[in-house]
Design a protein around this ligand. Structure first.
Ligand code: FCB
Length: 491
């Protein structure tokens, strides 16, 4: 199979250019894999609630059991290690470690992550911890959620509480996963929890998520007794114009302001884009910035996490050819490119766009190292009699995208690692369990795990990349920080 404009055979050669210390890992998130929704003191998150809204999630699926990772964690960590992955990106469930989202820690909840971190370090896998992957405690939603400023301060307290327990062993901390999805899919488009449909709420949510990030960065830096690697992860893509018309070019500018610069500018430049402020003013919406907020939000980070799946084209006309939509405001419509291969969810496969994206970030926001914290594809897997999935399409997808990262590096982007989404087939939000992104198949009936061909490809790729270090006499696969951070002795 070939992916325009690069051929797969070239991809393998380009991947071979990655340096031996390039981070290769897999990612998951708490709500998508843990299950044990009501165990050991965990309280509901907005996703537990949303799953119960009729029609919100395909097939009425919930996260109640998910991949039962809460009970199978050692087995899953062993799997990661067997695949030779040096890093594991996971998230902490806020309502598991601080039920209700405020007040004291829940020792049983924290103990789970304590065991997970020790298990990873024991096996030479670096923990890459995300504090928030969309599962806000329901009580905080009831108090107003992300459109409310106080939620940012609750998040900072929670970040400190997790750090107090794990900060002696976890070096890599990501505050938030994809604020765009929390804010826009959750508050404007209504397709993610909490299911709101208000642009004004979405804009407030973005600002308070940024504030939450900045406050947490400050608190963690102040609390840490050793250097931490602090990051935030954003979902990024490009949004070029559908045609060269003035309306489409203007739509592409608006899409770029609202979907891209709204997220990177405050954090990496300490300001909101001027054109975005004007676009929002046309909707009579203001970003609720208070004095001092932008200094907090722009607290220096060490790494920018980039999640990439696909990009869309921007059109400035609606389906009837009109440039003014409802309420007389200009139209911005996201369209597929057309003529490209698509994944099982219909998402267009565009690896070359990942190269462009990474180069753009490197050019427009110089000086911040990047990690691709998510990239992967859902396909309609067909297991054989042994449960093995020969997922040639997913393997080609991953190979093409890893090569795209390598190309961006060669062209000057400082990209230091790549995490596959996802380790396991899991709860894919509104798609439920139908969206299978795993490199390891999870049988929904038995919960048995079977690495797919893509997992074996990743294992071999990791070996190949590391082998270069042996050839050159440099350090081998074990990550420096797993080597120096000692696990805590359990009584
Ligand atoms: C990302 C999410 C992740 C997963 C992938 C497919 O936006 O961060 O949890 O759902 O999409």
């Amino acid at each position: 199979m070939t992916w325009s404009p690069y051929a797969a055979t070239d991809d393998e050669a380009v991947i071979g250019l990655l340096p031996p210390d390039f981070r290769l890992g897999a990612a998951t998130s708490a709500f998508q894999i843990e299950g044990a929704a009501a165990e050991d003191g965990r309280t509901p998150s907005i996703w537990d609630t949303f799953c119960r809204v009729p029609g919100a999630v395909a097939d009425g699926d919930t996260g109640d059991v998910a991949c039962d990772h809460y009970h199978r964690m050692p087995e899953d960590v062993a799997l990661l290690a067997a695949l030779g992955l040096d890093s594991y990106r996971f998230s902490v469930s806020w309502s598991r470690v601080q039920p209700g989202g405020r007040g004291p820690a829940n020792p049983a909840g924290l103990a789970f992550y304590d065991r997970l971190v020790d298990e990873l370090l024991d096996r030479g896998v670096t923990p890459w911890l995300t504090l928030y992957h969309w599962d806000l405690p329901q009580e905080l939603q009831d108090a107003g959620g992300w459109p409310t400023r106080d939620t940012a301060f609750r998040f900072a307290d929670y970040a400190e509480l997790v750090h107090a327990r794990l900060g002696d062993r976890v070096t890599h901390w990501t505050t938030l996963n994809e604020p765009f999805c929390s804010a826009v899919l959750g508050h404007v488009e209504g397709v993610h929890a909490p299911g709101g449909r208000s642009l004004a709420d979405g804009v407030r949510a973005v600002h308070h998520l940024h504030l939450a990030h900045g406050l947490a960065v400050q608190r963690l830096r102040a609390a840490a007794r050793r250097p931490l690697d602090l990051a935030v992860t954003h979902l990024l893509g490009t949004s070029g114009p559908a045609t060269d018309s003035a309306a489409d070019r203007e739509a592409a500018r608006r899409a770029d302001a609202f979907g891209f610069r709204f997220y990177l500018d405050p954090i990496l430049r300490g300001r909101y884009p001027r054109d975005l402020i004007e676009d929002l003013a046309a909707h009579r919406i203001e970003i609720p910035v208070r004095a001092g907020d932008l200094e907090v939000i722009a607290a220096p980070i060490d790494t920018l996490g980039v999640n990439y799946y696909r990009s869309m084209r921007s059109s400035g006309v609606d389906e009837h050819g009109s440039a003014a939509g409802a309420r007389g405001l200009p139209v911005t419509r996201a369209l597929p490119h057309g003529g490209l291969p698509v994944t099982g969810l219909g998402w267009e496969v565009m690896p070359h766009d990942l190269t462009d994206l990474l180069l753009r970030v490197a050019r427009d926001y110089p000086g911040t190292p990047m990690i691709v914290t998510e990239n992967g594809a859902a396909y309609d897997d067909q297991p054989d009699a042994d449960g093995f999935v020969d997922d040639a399409a997913r393997t080609a997808y991953l190979s093409a995208h890893l090569a795209a990262v390598s190309r961006a590096r060669t062209a000057g982007a400082d990209v230091r690692g790549y995490f596959v989404w996802s380790l396991l087939d899991n709860f894919e939000w509104a798609y439920g369990y139908a969206g299978r992104f795993g490199i390891v198949r999870v049988d929904r009936g038995t919960q048995s795990r079977t690495p797919k061909r893509s997992a074996l490809w990743l294992r071999d790729t990791a070996r190949r990349v590391r082998r270069r270090s042996v050839d050159r006499g440099a350090r081998t696969g074990t990550d420096a920080d797993t080597g120096t951070v000692r696990r805590r002795r359990r009584p």
